[in-house]
Design a protein. Structure first.
Length: 153
């Protein structure tokens, strides 16, 4: 039976701006109105990042729009949210992010098959301008090869 995953938000720019070394799945601590807003698909991962602080992984700049039917106890759209990971994973991430140039970037925000909100985190290294140009040139060359193969058939 295939897993049913409903993607709420995706950070497409991350794959263009970073070399993705590895990915991991993390839970996210949310309030009630945040979950309701996420179920409506009102979230943005643009410019968000994670940081390890005092033994916890925190997610910054994740924008979850306020729930329309929420009352005065509605959430702050850009509040810092705690990610739920095992201690061993957090210790490993501390070691990796201390290396020069590595950062934690959220790639995807989704509900898993059990209905729990999850974040796909990537341990990534920033691309330089020449790396991005190289990727664009490689994609363009691949596209031209595919077009010429289609024309030959």
């Amino acid at each position: 039976m295939p897993e049913r995953v409903r993607v709420v938000a995706e950070n497409r720019r991350a794959r263009h701006e970073y070399f993705i070394e590895e990915t991991l799945e993390a839970g996210i601590a949310l309030t009630g109105t945040e979950v309701k807003s996420l179920r409506l698909g009102r979230a943005s991962l643009q410019d968000s990042f994670a940081w390890v602080e005092s033994g916890e992984v925190l997610l910054y700049n994740l924008h979850i729009s306020p729930y329309e039917k929420g009352n005065r106890f509605n959430h702050d759209p850009k509040r810092v949210r705690r990610l739920l990971l095992h201690k061993a994973e957090i210790r490993r991430l501390i070691g990796k992010t201390r290396q020069r140039g590595y950062t934690l970037i959220p790639l995807k925000l989704y509900f898993n098959s059990r209905g729990l909100a999850k974040v796909e985190l990537a341990l990534a290294k920033g691309k330089k301008l020449h790396d991005r140009r190289e990727d664009i040139a490689r994609r363009e060359a691949e596209r031209q090869i595919q077009q010429s193969l289609r024309r030959r058939r």
